[in-house]
Design a protein around this ligand. Structure first.
Ligand code: ZN
Length: 217
């Protein structure tokens, strides 16, 4: 039945599609299977003929998206979950991949990479401090034969759990000062057999940390 009104026609098409969806999808899939090469060739030809135009549009689209904060945070979230998934599935492989991509990145432009790193440190003093403290705890622990590891995520969680207060004197860490002054302490020190497992970690203010030294508390 022909429709004069385009809206009515659309509505009819929509209803028709819904009623016959499974059948139509099957037909479509079959058509694609049977004509795969021909379709691919057509697609390829179309791309070749309109290459400039397509690439320009793509570049425009990405440029626009790059500056969209919502998209950026979504993208970051997505790559984080993907990375976590990969780590869960195959931690050894993921670590290797991470190292390799870091190496590639560094070799690409060492100077620029270093400048970027310095910039990042300046922009993220708290995180940088946390990362470097954790790294030195791990190196020191390894040297002294201590077992275990803790993550910076754990340190952040601990900071929240301690209410941003020192675990010994309970005074709040200076809040407005950056970097926030807390130090990662091992409850049982390495020289007394302490580990780098999260359970052995607490956050202290610098003066308590100095006073504690290598005592257990
Ligand atoms: Zn303290």
């Amino acid at each position: 039945m022909p429709y004069r009104d385009p809206n009515a026609r659309k509505e009819h098409q929509r209803r028709y599609y819904q009623e016959h969806r499974d059948k139509l999808r099957k037909q479509q899939a079959q058509y694609h299977r049977e004509n795969r090469e021909r379709l691919q060739e057509a697609e390829h030809n179309y791309y070749q003929e309109n290459r400039e135009e397509i690439l320009k549009k793509k570049a425009q689209y990405y440029q626009q998206r790059k500056t969209d904060p919502e998209w950026r945070s979504k993208r970051r979230e997505y790559s984080r979950t993907k990375m976590a998934e990969r780590r869960r599935k195959n931690p050894e492989e993921a670590r290797k991949e991470g190292r390799q991509s870091m190496q590639r990145y560094r070799q690409k432009d060492k100077v620029a990479a270093y400048a970027k790193l310095v910039e990042w440190r300046k922009a993220n003093p708290k995180r940088y401090r946390m990362i470097s403290q954790r790294a030195s705890a791990h190196t020191r622990g390894k040297k002294l034969g201590a077992k275990g590891k803790f993550s910076t995520t754990y340190v952040r969680r601990l900071l929240k759990k301690q209410g941003c207060k020192c675990a010994i004197c309970k005074k709040p860490f200076p809040p407005k000062k950056t970097p926030r002054r807390f130090e990662i302490d091992h409850i049982v020190p390495f020289i007394k057999g302490g580990s780098n497992y999260p359970i052995n970690i607490q956050l202290l203010c610098p003066s308590c940390n100095r006073r504690k030294g290598s005592k257990i508390s």
